[in-house]
Design a protein around this ligand. Structure first.
Ligand SMILES: Cc1cc2nc3c(=O)[nH]c(=O)nc-3n(C[C@H](O)[C@H](O)[C@H](O)COP(=O)(O)O)c2cc1C
Ligand SMILES: O=C(O)C(=O)c1ccccc1
Length: 397
């Protein structure tokens, strides 16, 4: 197969990225925790849902427009936060930002970006939504400074990642003794005025990426974080909507509602944290059920096809985020490659919508996905949802 010339799907981009990236950086992007069960499950779980298409509808116009946090977006496909895009391409997050903006996608910027939040937002076309991803540090002043800076820069929501009190154990990185190249800088910890000056650090967390990598979590992350001292604290210092990333259960969704969050992202960090955790597409139905209309539900993990996005929307996600595919595109060709990754998924989504007889996002509901019953014996909460869904489907026949 000739992948290199003209990538036509996300798998092609993955293959190319693997070929062009240094092995340490590739390993860091690719790896999941331990046996990588959850990393692979995230992808393969989509395959166990099948589509239930309707025919003979006028599908001459397809729109993926929807609203997220009350604002119009061209597409429910967004970019998940990933550390250190400059490992993929020297243009880093600025390139990703241009790609997201061109596709009309929301971009969530990682705190550990190698390009400052101000520079990233400056690449947008003014209508692009940027959300800032945060961890909460023992030293709340460091977190508060990041919040103030994000507010000032124009981010429209904060995404608090809660599935990483400590980094999961990634065996590939351990074997490679991976450390990012020392010229990379974590610019969100540097003074925005002097961000181009390597001496402009504003906190001990800054330094070069290689000095902070991994150690940041153990040494500075707050492992005593709770709904009260984390979410309620964050809410008390900002008016921006708060989205909790890393929610996998109905119980935690109810707590997110009780603590005034605007949304949750069903995520297991791409299988990089708790290996053995449920695939996100399998966790989604119980979160959607618990959320009702009180809070928006998004998901990420394992999305490699437009039909995966379709399935997630059908199961109740309001938006779907991708991480590795964008990094692969970036490694392939900077902003053009990152855009290609988003555009391939976007076009696949539009085609899946057309072929299943859905003309807009509102029409995509659970009647368009079909779950072979026996698979669900394993997962109790999802099983209930699936059983109810199937009863409804059977009743319609
Ligand atoms: C290389 C890499 C770095 C990541 N860095 C962050 C991060 O800084 N903050 C965060 O909340 N999630 C981070 N994630 C998790 C992603 O946001 C996302 O949850 C997950 O990767 C989605 O799965 P996918 O890669 O299969 O699309 C990272 C993921 C990868 C692959
Ligand atoms: O790799 C990750 O998944 C991640 O979230 C991260 C972020 C910053 C530094 C190291 C890891």
């Amino acid at each position: 197969m000739n992948y290199a010339n003209d990538p036509v799907c996300i798998k092609d981009l993955e293959h190319i990225a693997k070929g062009v990236m240094p092995s340490g950086a590739w390993g860091y992007y690719d790896s999941g925790a331990n046996d990588e069960q959850t990393k692979y499950d995230n992808m393969s779980a989509f395959d166990s849902y099948r589509l239930h298409p309707r025919m003979l509808r006028d599908v001459s116009t397809i729109s993926t427009e929807t609203t997220v946090l009350g604002k119009k977006v061209r597409t429910p496909l967004g970019v998940a936060p990933c550390a250190m895009h400059k490992l993929a391409h020297s243009d880093g997050e600025a390139a990703t930002s241009r790609a997201a903006s061109k596709n009309g996608s929301i971009m969530i910027l990682s705190t550990y970006s190698t390009t400052s939040m101000e520079k990233v937002i400056a690449q947008g076309d003014g209508s692009t939504q940027y959300w800032m991803q945060l961890y909460v540090y023992q030293d709340r002043k460091v977190s508060e400074e990041l919040v103030r800076r994000a507010e000032k820069a124009g981010f429209s929501a904060l995404v608090l990642t809660v599935d990483a009190p400590m980094l999961g154990r990634r065996l590939v990185d351990a074997r490679n003794k991976f450390n990012p190249p020392s010229h990379l800088r974590l610019e969100n910890f540097m003074d925005p005025e002097v961000v181009n000056n390597a001496d402009g650090y504003v906190s001990d967390l800054a330094r070069s990426a290689s000095e902070t990598f991994g150690a940041t979590f153990g040494a500075n992350g707050d492992q005593s974080l709770s709904w009260e001292n984390g979410i309620s604290w964050l809410k008390s210092i900002t008016g921006l909507p708060i989205i909790v990333k890393g929610i996998m259960t109905a119980e935690d969704t109810q707590l997110a509602i009780a603590h005034g969050c605007a949304g949750v992202i069903v995520s297991n960090h791409g299988g990089r944290q708790l290996d053995g955790a449920l695939a996100t597409i399998d966790a989604l139905p119980q979160v959607v059920e618990a959320a009702g209309d009180k809070i928006e539900v998004y998901m990420d993990g394992g999305v490699r096809r437009g039909s995966d996005i379709f399935k997630a929307l059908a199961l109740g996600a309001r938006a779907v985020f991708v991480a590795r595919p964008v990094l692969w595109g970036l490694a392939y060709k900077g902003d053009k490659g990152a855009y290609l990754a988003l555009d391939l998924l976007q076009k696949e989504l539009e085609l899946a919508m057309m072929l299943s007889g859905t003309r807009n996002i509102a029409e995509i509901d659970e009647s368009y996905v079909y779950q072979p019953a026996n698979r669900w014996v394993r997962y109790a909460p999802g099983a209930r949802h699936a059983a109810a869904n199937q009863k409804k489907l059977l009743a319609k026949l």
